[in-house]
Design a protein around this ligand. Structure first.
Ligand SMILES: Nc1ncnc2c1ncn2[C@@H]1O[C@H](COP(=O)(O)OP(=O)(O)OP(=O)(O)O)[C@@H](O)[C@H]1O
Ligand SMILES: [Mg+2]
Length: 314
């Protein structure tokens, strides 16, 4: 695993009787965005704290870019850690904050100035560089917080729920930032309890619950693993012969079942997109009037529900 930026094996951490992280293992390659998805209290932040060496492990080991995390400051320099709380000086400007963090990491002179401009550009704040942080919105502060974690060009960037409490527009901007970073070859460890964020951003997702990694894979692998059908809901024009429509639908290749309720039919199929196209074609060839169609595909929320019997968010 030459390209592995982060390898965590058998991580364990208990607080008294509570096992917050229980035998958690994963790896992240360069250019990969890895998501830890789980509800409040699942153990995401504790896992991250073990990975960056902020919390002592009860078991397991961590290596970053091939070096053991216990090897000290040199290893930690590979990591950019953006905690959930904002760590900025509000009376200083954005550029001043970044210069401060850059100096902490040993940058100086023209290299420091160039890097400040670069990371401001990366998070889309170049035009606000000279504004004081206290004039920033919450979302902009979060983006600057991310920029601060990147000053030293880390190979692994760790973001702990960076969009919590942020308005939709800033949230979208943060997600776009992270997408760009992944595409630039950085390895990213991203925690969230928002299923949509994990679906959009993450190349692979580890689903956490009660301290354990209960499933891991690409979105497609995870959804495929639960073997749940897609559902196509078809609304018909008033007066349509629904028993004829049911016959047509049952004859479409790939259909696993059809139920009718009022003027609506629900079709189960493993490949909903293909079946949907064929169903609409055959219904219209038979002169049966389709008023509306909706495709409902299982998502990571369905996976969590399938594995735990609970919703990701209540
Ligand atoms: N310092 C601590 N002392 C005692 N218990 C702790 C401590 N830190 C975390 N815990 C407990 O460990 C469990 C996991 O907490 P953690 O913060 O890792 O969850 P999380 O997945 O990050 O949740 P959230 O989505 O709310 O941030 C929780 O039950 C929490 O109460
Ligand atoms: Mg947390």
């Amino acid at each position: 695993m030459d390209s592995a930026r982060c390898v965590a094996r058998g991580l364990r951490k208990a607080f008294g009787d509570l096992v917050a992280v229980d035998d958690v293992s994963f790896h992240i390659d360069s250019g990969e965005v890895y998501g830890l998805l789980g509800p409040n209290g699942a153990g995401k932040t504790t896992t991250i704290s073990l990975v960056v060496g902020l919390l002592a492990r009860d078991g397991g080991d961590v290596s970053i870019c091939g070096d053991d995390i216990d090897a000290g400051a040199k290893v930690r320099a590979h990591i950019g850690y953006v905690p959930q709380e904002i760590a900025l000086y509000t009376e200083l400007t954005a550029a001043e904050n970044l210069r401060f963090w850059g100096r902490m990491y040993g940058l100086g002179g023209s290299e420091l100035n160039a890097r400040v401009a670069e990371v401001l550009d990366l998070v889309g704040l170049a035009e606000r560089a000279g504004d004081r942080v206290q004039e920033y919105s919450g979302g902009m502060q979060r983006r600057l917080n991310i920029a601060a974690g990147m000053m030293h060009r880390p190979e692994l960037l760790i973001l702990d729920e960076p969009t919590v409490g942020v308005d939709p527009q800033s949230r979208n901007a943060i997600l776009t930032d992270v997408e760009r970073l992944g595409a630039s070859g950085m390895a990213v460890l991203y925690t969230t309890h928002y299923m949509e964020e994990a679906e959009r951003l993450c190349d692979r997702v580890g689903i956490m619950d009660s301290g354990r990694l209960i499933a891991e894979g690409t979105r497609r692998e995870l959804i495929g693993s639960i073997g749940e059908d897609d559902r196509i809901v078809i609304g018909f024009d008033h007066g349509t012969d629904l028993s004829a429509a049911t016959d047509v639908l049952n004859a479409v290749a790939g259909v696993r079942g059809v139920t009718v309720d009022g003027a609506e039919a629900t079709v189960l199929a493993s490949d909903g997109r293909v079946v949907l196209a064929h169903a609409v074609r055959d219904l219209s060839a038979a002169g049966l009037g389709v008023a509306a169609v909706e495709l409902q595909e299982p998502d990571l929320e369905s996976v969590f529900l399938h594995l735990t019997g609970r919703a990701l968010r209540d």
